[in-house]
Write a protein that binds this ligand. Sequence first.
Ligand SMILES: CC(C)(COP(=O)(O)OP(=O)(O)OC[C@H]1O[C@@H](n2cnc3c(N)ncnc32)[C@H](O)[C@@H]1OP(=O)(O)O)[C@@H](O)C(=O)NCCC(=O)NCCS
Length: 165
Amino acid sequence: MFFVRTASERDLPKVSALLAETWHATYDALYGPDKVSEITAKWHSVPALTEKLKRKHAEFVVADDGRVLAGMGYAALSKADPKVAVLHQLYVLPQYQRQGVGRDLFAELETCFPDARVMRLEVEPKNTAAIAFYEAHGFARAGETADCGDGRSGIPALILEKPLG
Ligand SMILES: CC(C)(COP(=O)(O)OP(=O)(O)OC[C@H]1O[C@@H](n2cnc3c(N)ncnc32)[C@H](O)[C@@H]1OP(=O)(O)O)[C@@H](O)C(=O)NCCC(=O)NCCS
């Protein structure tokens, strides 16, 4: 039985490993393993995750059963528009997917930003499983970007939004 709690610095090596494994399982077929290794080394290193953990107006949660971390989620208020909460990451290890862990992580994150009007995220257009998950949780397509995640990633993404409150 997994419970959702706020992440601490002690969790970050496990979260980093979880992200590397889940990213390879999700994206190797789309971007190739080398590109995935390059991105995951940059975005999911312990120092990069430490920065996220310290950011204000942000929530970093993990699903824990006392032994294993099965999933993680990270959302933060947009710096450009504080009425927008951005769901930056939601990842569940492949062997624990489709067991309600993602739903529980998301349920926690969507209650954390009472002053935001909308939750926004970017998703790979070919990631049909994630899109199905988000549509099942009230998100709808709001646009697209050519540079998912950071300014020059070159990774296209759909932008999905869910009204909050
Ligand atoms: C997408 C993800 C976060 C969903 O988490 P999860 O724990 O697997 O999903 P849940 O078990 O909580 O699913 C809840 C509901 O979402 C929908 N859903 C989830 N996965 C789905 C899939 N593969 N296909 C269709 N619907 C799906 C279903 O409605 C499901 O309810 P049901 O199982 O009762 O039918 C998880 O599968 C994951 O980490 N995938 C790989 C990484 C990824 O793509 N992350 C998102 C990046 S933007």
